[in-house]
Write a protein that binds this ligand. Structure first.
Ligand SMILES: O=C(O)C(=O)C[C@H](O)[C@H](O)COP(=O)(O)O
Length: 208
């Protein structure tokens, strides 16, 4: 399966900001054991790279993305750590083209028609819609779906209360969000509550 097919199958991607690499394996096990073997580990924390490395070694089958990738150095680090794809909050043509040169699938963030067109001009068909809720949410997605043949990964403000509405849009491939594995719960080592949130998310997307 290519990246788009895998994201479409999961329908939801937990966005992770992890402070301690030691938490990576219990977190990954919690995701896998509760039915969601995928994660976007953001480069917002220093532990991101080592966390990805550990998760990749222990769970070779997991779909792992690097999030908040803003520089070429971070692209290199993410590839070296073993990611399957790279995500950025915004659309930076330089980083997109660097990923393309390195053969690394990239999902850049867009939130308006001009950015969608620039991403399409670079051959991209799968884009993050960020920050989803404050950028017009479902209304914006529907308006853009009328004109552009792209699939979107809305992220930013997605939660159990609105994910089913987002997934009901044919142009929405999957949703991303931090609510499934919030940093506070990771810091507390509260795998039980994260497990519950994972099961809730899996059950919601199965109904969508
Ligand atoms: O780090 C990135 O690359 C981002 O694009 C930001 C995150 O995806 C959002 O912060 C998630 O938003 P919430 O789920 O509402 O917390």
């Amino acid at each position: 399966m290519d990246l788009e097919q895998q994201l479409a199958a999961f329908k939801v991607v937990p966005v992770i900001a992890i402070n301690r690499a030691e938490d990576a394996l219990p977190l990954a096990s919690t995701l896998v054991e509760n039915g969601l073997p995928c994660a976007e580990v953001t480069f917002r924390t220093d532990a991101a790279c080592e966390a990805i490395r550990r998760i990749r070694a222990a769970h070779p089958q997991m779909l792992i993305g690097a999030g908040t990738v803003l520089t070429r150095d971070q692209v290199d680090q993410a590839i070296e750590a073993g990611v399957d794809f790279v995500v950025s909050p915004g659309f930076n043509p330089e980083i997109v083209s660097y990923c393309q040169r390195r053969g690394m699938p990239m999902v850049p963030g867009v939130n308006n028609p001009s950015l969608v067109e620039q991403a399409m001009a670079m051959g991209l068909k799968t884009l993050k819609f960020f920050p989803a809720e404050v950028s017009g949410g479902l209304g914006m997605i529907k308006a853009m779906a009328a004109v552009y043949p792209v699939r979107l990964m809305p992220t930013g403000g997605i939660s159990p209360t609105n994910i089913k509405e987002y997934l009901a849009q044919p142009s929405v491939l999957c949703c991303g969000g931090t609510w499934i594995a919030p940093t506070k719960l990771i810091d507390e080592g509260n795998w039980e509550e994260i497990g519950r949130l994972v099961r809730e998310a899996v059950s919601l997307v199965q109904q969508a």
